[in-house]
Ligand binder design. Structure first.
Ligand code: APR
Length: 226
């Protein structure tokens, strides 16, 4: 079976009703990134940070996977599929994808603010001030914030290097190191990008499908199975 490696971003969840970050009306509008998605913001105001992610978690639990997620599940019949997602929702898993790497962490995990190795499930939508790890320190969302190490990057690079097909769906490719993953593919890897807006990225030998996740993934399926 050919190896299909898929890098997904906020755009793949847009049709489920989760706003992207950088489109107009996006998630960062109305929020100062530095306040809610950095270690400095956490140190300054943990209540605000917990509340921000509690709202994201609540929303993620309310919505359903969409056609784009579903086509990625269907492709497991024909390819050895690995999804590397920048998304912190769990819509790929809920759709049925079996191999998902969460590069930027997960809304449904908390971790110790003292020891990064202590990770716990978050049940329900709320992580509260006062909920502590076994070492007695406050639990934080297990999300990779700006300025933090993307500790799953080595694993993601490993998969990118093995890809026979590398598909990018719904990411503006503005955030590194994720945006660089495509550079680790082989010269003969088939490369496809699905996005309604062409990302500002050196295109080279890449097939570009200018569509939303649902319609775009149907086209990808046709292309790959033809
Ligand atoms: N289908 C597919 N793609 C879409 C759709 C759609 N219906 N609607 C919008 N998009 C595209 C946009 O054109 C854009 O290229 O999704 C992309 C979303 O880009 P961003 O908002 O920048 O999100 P993303 O690339 O996932 O951000 C990367 O940045 O804020 C941090 O950690 C956060 O993981 C996030 C990272």
């Amino acid at each position: 079976m050919k190896k299909l490696v898929v890098l997904t971003g906020a755009g793949v969840s847009a049709e489920s009703g989760i706003p992207t970050f950088r489109d107009s009306g996006g998630l960062w509008e109305g929020y100062d990134v530095m306040e809610v998605a950095t270690p400095e913001g956490w140190a300054k105001n943990p209540t605000l940070v917990l509340e921000f992610y509690n709202q994201r978690r609540k929303k993620a639990l309310e919505v359903q996977p969409n056609k784009g997620h579903e086509v990625l599940v269907e492709l497991e019949k024909y390819f050895d599929v690995t999804i590397i997602t920048q998304n912190v929702d769990n819509l790929h898993e809920r759709a049925g994808s079996t191999h998902v790497v969460h590069l930027h962490g997960s809304l449904f995990e908390s971790r110790s603010s003292k020891d990064d190795a202590l990770i716990y499930p978050v049940n329900g939508w709320e992580l509260k001030l006062g909920e502590k790890c076994e070492l007695g320190s406050q639990l934080r969302p297990n999300i990779v914030w700006f300025g933090e190490l993307v500790y799953k990057m080595d694993e993601a690079v490993h998969y990118a290097k093995q890809a026979d097909i590398f598909l990018v769906v719904g990411t503006s490719l503005q955030v590194y190191p994720a945006a660089d993953l495509i550079q680790y593919t082989r010269p003969d890897t088939q490369k496809i990008i699905v996005d309604p807006k062409k990302p500002d990225y050196r295109m080279g030998d890449i097939v570009f499908i200018e569509e939303g996740g649902g319609a775009g993934m149907e086209k990808v399926k046709k292309l790959l199975l033809s």
